[in-house]
Ligand binder design. Structure first.
Ligand SMILES: [Zn+2]
Length: 203
């Protein structure tokens, strides 16, 4: 970490002047199981949906390719040793919330079974093909699947933008939402090097 290294070239590599290649927006786990119903449904995450929708719409209009990640577990998944049962394959919990469903028509949906969208998925291949200059990440939960996906993006030297109003986490025992949200945003910026975007409340 503290070693002196030769200067790295600018990252990511320039796309040879090809301005027609869109960037990518990743929508993390905005699912019924985290917003509407089930053991992990959170009113905080549900309340964030309009801001998430607004951010995704803005990026879509800017030409971004949309990739939705969807937590999808087998009924005996070992993640349930850490969290209560949620988002089991084939249940309504593992589906994108109704408010964002219209966007799926022109998006890629990637199902995942761990926090990072890269684990045992084709996200890496899709990003390599899309070759974005930046990846915008929105969704839930800021400190879990958003954070681990951003970490894996940054490990691959993607420029990552996180609109702060379009990521959210839950309130629960030992997991105070406001405090965790502040920690996670600081970690995304200060440790992982993501670019946080803040908009004024009136926007
Ligand atoms: Zn899960």
């Amino acid at each position: 970490m503290c070693q002196i290294r030769a200067a790295l070239p600018p990252q990511p590599a320039a796309r040879a002047g090809d301005l027609t290649v869109p960037d990518v927006t990743i929508v993390v786990d905005v699912l019924n199981g985290f917003c509407k119903q089930g053991n992990l449904a959170s009113p905080r995450c549900d309340a964030a949906i309009p801001k998430i929708l607004k951010a995704v719409e803005a990026r879509r209009q800017a030409g971004d390719q949309l990739i939705f990640l969807a937590d999808t577990h087998d009924s005996n998944d070992r993640e349930f040793e850490v969290f209560p049962v949620h988002c089991v394959r084939g249940t309504v919990e593992s589906e994108v919330v109704p408010e964002l469903q219209p966007l799926l028509k022109e998006a890629t949906l990637i199902r995942k079974r761990r926090y990072s969208g890269f684990f045992e998925t084709d996200l890496e291949a899709r990003l390599r093909a899309a070759h974005p200059e930046q990846v915008t990440v929105v969704g839930v939960c800021t400190d879990i699947c958003v954070l681990h996906t951003v970490a894996d993006l940054r490990n691959r030297d993607y420029r990552v933008v996180v609109p702060a109003s379009a990521v959210e986490t839950f309130d629960g025992p030992g997991h105070p939402g406001d405090e965790v949200q502040r920690w996670a945003l600081a970690h995304l910026k200060g440790v992982l090097g993501a670019h946080l975007l803040f908009v004024s409340p009136s926007v």
